[in-house]
Write a protein that binds this ligand. Structure first.
Ligand SMILES: N[C@@H](CCC(=O)N[C@@H](CS)C(=O)NCC(=O)O)C(=O)O
Length: 212
């Protein structure tokens, strides 16, 4: 399988970490959505990453759809999302908040990378920062209430943990969401625990500003 996209993207990174944890070998096309836009569009009409190219040439778009496929590939005993019921719904909710926060972060970063300064609109940026912070705060509260030494769902690491940590690390790298050291303390504790694991370390890359 070929995974297209740079690991500084939280969406690409959560797929790469998942493949490593599930021991699914892959090649990596380390292409930037800025300078490699045309090359990415040959595989994905939207020009977005992650895109996963399967052995037979089939292409998968959207990290959630790719993760769904990977869970199906390894079967229910090793799948990283609970199969059904309240645990699955809770995991999907947490992931929606984390990916939503990451999307608001990506849009703020793109304002700086793709839009000239004279065309930026501060109230729009402020709105995105509010949405992003509120989502992170909700995940942080959830972890605090559950206990910082616990996984987010059940008794083992799930896709909810991977996704929350990828989003949080990306938002810290790009927008310094926890720069005052007291914000999102529970999320930061979970992130520190996960980022020490090999699958996270092997995919930890500095943020690359698109079009730079
Ligand atoms: N919902 C998508 C979001 C993916 C996404 O936003 N990827 C960014 C990189 S972090 C991208 O491809 N940006 C280029 C663009 O949208 O033009 C997913 O989960 O795969």
């Amino acid at each position: 399988m070929l995974l297209i996209g740079m690991f500084d993207s939280p969406f690409v990174r959560r797929v790469a970490i998942t493949m490593k944890l599930l021991e699914l070998p892959f090649e990596h096309a380390n292409w930037s959505v800025g300078k490699d836009f045309d090359r990415i569009r040959e595989f994905n009409p939207l020009g977005r990453v992650p895109t996963l190219v399967l052995g037979g040439g089939e292409k998968l778009f959207e990290s959630a759809a790719i993760l769904d496929y990977l869970d199906e590939l390894v079967g229910p005993a090793r799948a990283l999302l609970p199969a059904s019921g309240p645990e699955r719904r809770q995991a999907l909710n947490l992931m929606a908040m984390a990916t939503g926060a990451a999307e608001k972060g990506v849009l703020q970063v793109y304002e700086g990378a793709f839009r000239p300064e004279s065309k930026r609109h501060q109230p729009w940026l402020d709105r995105m920062r509010t949405q992003m912070s509120a989502s992170l705060a909700a995940i942080d509260r959830y972890i605090g209430e559950r206990g910082v030494s616990q996984w987010l769902i059940g008794k083992r690491m799930t896709q909810a943990d991977i996704t929350a940590v990828c989003a949080f690390t990306f938002l810290n790298d790009t927008l310094r969401v926890a720069s005052d050291r007291v914000m999102f303390q529970s999320l930061a504790t979970l992130a520190a625990r996960c980022e020490a694991m090999p699958a996270f370390q092997e995919t930890r890359t500095p943020f690359f500003v698109p079009n730079s």
